[in-house]
Design a protein around this ligand. Sequence first.
Ligand code: ACO
Length: 321
Amino acid sequence: MSFTILGTGKAVPEYVLTNDELSTMVDTNDEWIRTRTGIGERHICKHETITELCVKAARQALENAGTAPEELDLIICSTMRGENITPSQGCVIQKELGASCPAFDVNAACSGFIYALDIAAGYFERKRVRRALIVSMDNLSNIIDWTDRSTCVLFGDGGAAAVLGEGDDLLSIHLTASGNDEAIRIPHGTNSSPFYEHEEERAVLHMAGNEVYKFATAAMANGIRRAVEEAGLSQSDVNLVIPHQANIRIINTAAKNLEIPRERFFCNVEHYGNTSSGSVAIALDEANRSGVLKAGDIVAMCAFGGGLTTGSCVLRWSKKA
Ligand code: ACO
C-alpha cells in the first residue's frame, strides 16, 4: 500500500511584486526576467507569517479532502525555515489546527514536497497512519539578498498542502542528494555564543546560477524518465507533468529531452516565481482545482534544489472533480 491524494490547498501572500516594480529596486527589466526565466510576478509576504500561510493551505486541503484535523495521524511540513528553530513548523501547524498526531519538518529545499511524500509513503506502507497532512511552504523573501539582481528576481513566497489517505496511487518515487554547498547555500547567519570563533555570515541565498541550471535540466529529464520506468509505464502514458517551477527554460529543455508532449507540462512560474518547496505543491493544487487533473490521470512530478537534491515520482490521480 502507498497512498492516495484526497485533497489539496494552497496559500500565497496577498502582495504581488511585478518585474516592473523590481526594476525600480535593482538594475533589471521585465524583458530580461521574462526571456531568461519566464517569471512575470511573484507573491511576497508583508503582513502574513509563514504559520498563517501554512494553516490556510492546510485548512483548504482538509476541506477539499473532507477530513477533520482530529482524523490526522501525521503532519509533515517541508520547509527550509519555519517560524522557529523549535518547535518545528509541523508542530506549530498541529497546534493551530487542533490536531493530536506526530508532527515534524523536513528540509530538502525545493525537493521538499517529494521528500515528504516519500516519507509519508513509508508510514502508509507500515500501516502506521490512515490520514497524513503534508504542508510545503517557504518564505524565501526574508533570506534573499534584495540588492543581488541575479537571484532576487527568481523567487517568491507561498506553498501548498495535501491530505493523503490509504490507497495505491503512488506508483514510483525516487530521491537523490549529492552533497554540494557551492551551487546553492543559505547560511544561518547568527551565532549567539560568545565562545564561537568563526565569522558570522549574512543569512542570504548564494547561488551559482549557471551550475544549477545545468544540473537542473539534466536532473529533471533523468528524474522523470526514471520514475516513469520504475512505475512500469511509458512516457506516452503520462497525462500531466508537474515540474518544479524555477525557470521556464529548464522546463522547456527537459521537455525536449523527453517523449512527453510539451503541452502536458503544467506551468505557473509566470505568476509565482520559484517558491522552493511550495512550487510543485502549488502547481498540484492548481491542477486539481482548475479541473486540469481528471480521475485516472497519470501524473509525474519532479523537483530539484539546494543540497543538491532531486525528487521525482509518478502517481495515479483518483480524486473525482
Ligand atoms: N537583470 C538583468 N541582467 C541580469 C540579471 C537581471 N536580473 N541577472 C543577471 N543579469 C546579467 C548578468 O550579469 C550577465 O551579464 P554579463 O553577460 O554582462 O555578465 C547576463 O545577465 C547573463 O547572466 P547569466 O547568469 O549567464 O544568465 P542566465 O541566462 O544563465 O540566467 C539564471 C541566469 C536565470 C539564474 C539561470 O542560470 C537559472 O535559472 N539558473 C537556475 C536557478 C534555479 O533553478 N535555482 C533553483 C534552486 S534554488 C533553491 O533550491 C532555493
